[in-house]
Design a protein around this ligand. Structure first.
Ligand code: GLN
Length: 473
């Protein structure tokens, strides 16, 4: 299956070779054909999309200036606020909630001319690695519908892999863009913390969350990144930086670059995945890069630290869903009973597990031993990376230890599910940039992703390496 890229569509629409409306109808036709099987979307906003496409077509006709994404169909993870359009986080507790404002990324996409086609399914509140934790049923991997698309942004990944949208946005707190990108054969980017505004992204773990794109190509990812990144006064953690210039670096190659290979990498990856990683190192070496060994001794503690920090923040962020201010309410004789009934019925099992873990880690008497200790590990991981980046420009690891797995494979054992993110989580803790690039196939001929890790604000270097890997594939 091969679908037109963002770059191609934007060019053809701008040149009048095809109308934005025709492009949209092609995508909606594929939705009609396969969505009942895939379940990528919580909501398809076909009518709004048609109106937006007509507007682009009028602008083309009138010779008006067009945004870089004019007429390109793009899907949004259903944890990004869209004014007047239901935003559920795939949770019963938010069912029916219509935000009174747009997330900054939504505004920016519209300004760039994108046509928003719908809101995609996710693990409830972005907690999970398979999209099986959605309150509205799982999403299927378009490449093999007996398997998961990854998570938590599984709907966003599936929407692009199935040709329902040319690109989509996801959010990545511990790997939720990169892992589904790897499992669906796509490019997925987790920007440096603060590069893309979080205003209007429903918070999971605020010190880790970042929004980024899913696309078929590295060039497309650069295009979308350039449109959504940049300082936003509405997000106090937004960096005082313009959007990085990425399209201009894609052809620069890797001659003279130093690529880090982690000598003390956590074990447990499938042999095919490691074989693809070796092939990636070999390809970059052949193209003029030097491979250097680096040590990241704290990497192995990343998962543990994350499962204290992220649930701690989540337990606080999710306290606002009390049956008063948002979404559903379960009536009960008094206020406390109403809170308890609403939260008991509104949240799914994984969300409750995180709230309990986080509340425990933050409670008096345990705070220092758990949350405080996790923050120290977080610091050690950042220090390890800082040391590694003294001798290399980027680090390569697998994105996911395995290819897409069958439904139900890991649902009985939360720890097995958590281990999916062993390679992606450390970047979030450090606040650095990382992306997944498809690099061939592994077991069952399913796609394998290679992860390119870069220091904070290292997006340009990271995209150079990713573009070279794509050419070498
Ligand atoms: N799978 C991880 C978790 O369940 C990461 C999720 C994410 O990045 N949103 O927390």
């Amino acid at each position: 299956m091969s679908f037109p890229t963002v770059a191609q569509l934007a060019r053809d629409i701008r040149e009048g070779k095809v109308t934005a409306s025709a492009v949209l109808e092609e995508h909606l036709k594929r939705v009609d054909e396969r969505e009942s099987e895939i379940h990528a979307f919580n909501l398809v906003t076909a009518e709004n999309a048609r109106a937006a496409a007509v507007e682009v077509d009028r602008a083309v006709q009138a010779g008006k200036p067009l945004g870089p994404l004019a007429g390109v169909p793009i899907a949004l993870k259903d944890n990004m606020c869209t004014r007047g359009i239901e935003t559920t986080c795939s949770s019963k507790i938010l069912e029916g909630w219509k935000p009174p404002y747009d997330a900054t990324v939504v505004t920016k996409l519209r300004e760039a001319g994108a046509v928003i086609v719908g809101k995609t399914n996710l693990d409830e509140f972005a907690m999970g690695s398979s999209t099986e934790n959605s309150a509205f049923g799982p999403t299927r991997n378009p490449l093999d519908t007996s398997r998961v698309p990854g998570g938590s942004s599984g709907g966003s990944a599936a929407a692009v892999a199935a040709g329902f949208a040319a690109a989509s946005l996801g959010s990545d707190t511990g790997g939720s863009i990169r892992q589904p990108a790897a499992l669906c054969g796509l490019v997925g980017v987790k920007p440096t913390y603060g590069v893309v505004s979080r205003y209007g992204l429903v918070a999971f773990a605020s010190s880790l969350d970042q929004i980024g794109p899913f696309t078929h190509t590295v060039e497309d990812a650069a295009l979308v990144m350039e449109s959504i990144a940049g300082h936003d006064p509405m997000d106090s953690t937004s960096l005082l930086q313009p959007a990085p210039s990425l399209l201009s670096v894609l052809d620069q190659g890797v001659q003279g670059m130093r690529i880090g290979r982690v000598v003390d990498m956590p074990e447990g990856s499938e042999p095919d995945v490691l074989e693809r990683l070796d092939a990636a190192f070999a390809a970059l070496k052949e193209r003029g890069a030097a491979i250097v060994d680096v040590k990241l001794p704290s990497l192995q503690f990343g998962l543990t630290a994350y499962y204290l920090v992220a649930p701690a923040e989540a337990s606080s962020n999710l306290a606002r869903y009390d049956g008063v201010r948002y979404g559903m309410r379960v009536d009960a004789p008094d206020l406390n009973a109403m809170y308890a009934a609403t939260r008991s019925q509104g949240f799914g099992a994984e969300v409750k597990r995180r709230i309990m873990l986080g509340t425990y880690a933050l409670s008096a008497g345990y705070y220092d031993a758990y949350y405080g200790k996790a923050l120290k590990v977080r610091r050690l991981i950042a220090d390890d990376f800082a040391k590694a980046y003294q001798s290399c420009d980027v680090v390569l690891t697998p994105t996911s230890p395995s290819v897409a797995f069958p439904f139900g494979d890991k649902t009985a054992d939360p720890l097995a599910m958590y281990l999916c993110d062993v390679f992606t989580i450390p970047t979030n803790l450090a606040g650095h940039a990382a992306m997944s690039v498809p690099f061939g196939t592994g077991a069952h001929s399913l796609p394998v992703g290679v992860q390119v890790l870069a220091p904070a604000l290292g997006e340009a270097t990271m995209f150079r390496v990713a573009a070279e890997l794509e050419r070498a594939r």
